[in-house]
Design a protein around this ligand. Sequence first.
Ligand code: B12
Length: 215
Amino acid sequence: MSKEAILEAAKQSIIEADEDMAMEALANAEAEGIDPIELLGSGYSAGMKELGDLFGMGEVFLPELIFATEVMKQVTADIESKMDMTSVKSKGTFIIGTVEGDVHDIGKGIVASLVKTNGVEVYDLGREVPAQKFVDAAMEHNAQFVGSSALLTTTMTVQKDIEEALKAAGIRDKVKTLVGGAPVTNRWAEKIGADAYCEDASDTVNFILKWIDEL
Ligand code: B12
């Protein structure tokens, strides 16, 4: 089976919330030696994005998104369990969470997994996390990196609150902040004073590893 066909099947399996099809694509990808990160990004996540567009146009409804989420979570958990966790000494500490008022945690989970597999210690605070909790966790774990995920235009403002809360705690210059999520842009990151906007999980790893080199 060609790589394109496998990626397309992975994408389609999310759009149709078809668990069997999703698992079959995963097995085929493994057999063909396809990079699981590419499978996630160009396959399953692409399906999630397309489904979101259909939802935005009123062509699919909330229950369909929820079914697709179940399949997506299963696939990401499966891929994570197969990822090679680097056994080298921790290179740094990363705090990540989805902001208060926001339950979207699939992308945040993928970012957390990929950063972890690159030898960075990760504290995943979960979803609907208030700004102050990011700060408390950064102080508790002496973290160098703080990342927040926001998928709603109404919750993006919490990323600004995190910047303010880090300043109020006197640790803004001790950490690098990363922001992500579908509505987030480079411009937004600049506007709120975040150190980086990352489009996806690989982008996030690149930023963090570059900063670790500079430490
Ligand atoms: C799945 C989904 C849901 C699921 C979430 C399940 C879950 N546990 O996550 C459910 C069904 C619960 C849901 C609910 C809602 N949703 Co919704 N949802 C989506 C959907 C289709 C996909 C999101 C997703 O998982 N994408 C796949 C992942 C892999 O991509 P990602 O999240 O973007 O993450 C990548 C990057 O952004 C980046 N990244 C992400 N986080 C971070 C963090 C850091 C630190 C970094 C560096 C990078 C990074 O890396 C990730 C991996 O590559 C999107 C559509 C879309 N285009 O995003 C709508 C979408 C986000 N939802 C939307 C809406 C409106 C809602 C609801 C309000 C619907 C309702 N009427 O109730 C509720 C909100 C509930 C709430 N309070 O949060 C809108 C938002 C519109 C807006 N502009 O605000 C969207 C855009 C759909 C649409 N087109 O209208 N949703």
